[in-house]
Design a protein around this ligand. Sequence first.
Ligand SMILES: C[S@@+](CC[C@H](N)C(=O)[O-])C[C@H]1O[C@@H](n2cnc3c(N)ncnc32)[C@H](O)[C@@H]1O
Length: 240
Amino acid sequence: MPTKAPELDWLEGDVPRAAGFDDTYFSRAGGLAETRHVFLAGNRLPERFQGRDRFTIAEFGFGTGLNFLTTLAALRAVDPAPNLTFVSFELFPMTREQLKRALGAFPELGSPAADLLEIWTPEPGWNRLKIAGAELLLGVGDARRLIGDLQLESDDGPGEGTAIAPVDAWFLDGFSPAKNPELWDAALLKAAAELTAPDGTLATYTAAGWVRRNLQAAGFTVEKTNGFAGKREMVVGRKA
Ligand SMILES: C[S@@+](CC[C@H](N)C(=O)[O-])C[C@H]1O[C@@H](n2cnc3c(N)ncnc32)[C@H](O)[C@@H]1O
């Protein structure tokens, strides 16, 4: 089955908005600053990269790749940097042209953005890409189905699944929970918790009550903290 690209509108400043979800991919107040506040600082990154040989991040909603590329930029400032594996899920991968336009607003992302564009040919299922020394494991399809393919490499014996190291940090970045409940689904978050390292963390821009309850039921402890750009609250958490 071929992939289905999203139908986009472009708001001021070339902020993409998905017509199907009636929501933007990142804050109109600044995508890069939002990523740094919510997903990096929310997971205490880049500090937690220090002293690690390798580090695994997983994300729901690859979108424009802004979170991935901002993470790579943060990693560049760490010496020695851990080997990064970034697992992400995307049901509606953008076309190269859409990605190029969206990322064009962030020249500070540097050459990894150009590298991503160059090798961007997402196929349904698991895509393994190497960018700036990091591994991007991109699952193209519905996260609720694809997450079942992942297994922890510590699990006994060679399994049928795609092996990953336990996830150190989650970027929970679906569209707004009211518009994209699939990515905040209780069973999906439970599967995420099962793939998480004992001291693994999560961050998300939403503080919706039912999302917090789903996270707690999945096995995370969560707390509210200051949101980005006028948003009163966001949520951070760790494996309970
Ligand atoms: C807010 S955007 C993510 C923004 C992204 N992290 C970035 O850095 O640009 C949410 C993404 O989740 C994707 N999505 C929505 N439902 C999904 C599902 N069931 N499985 C996988 N991806 C999904 C959307 O297509 C969209 O790209």
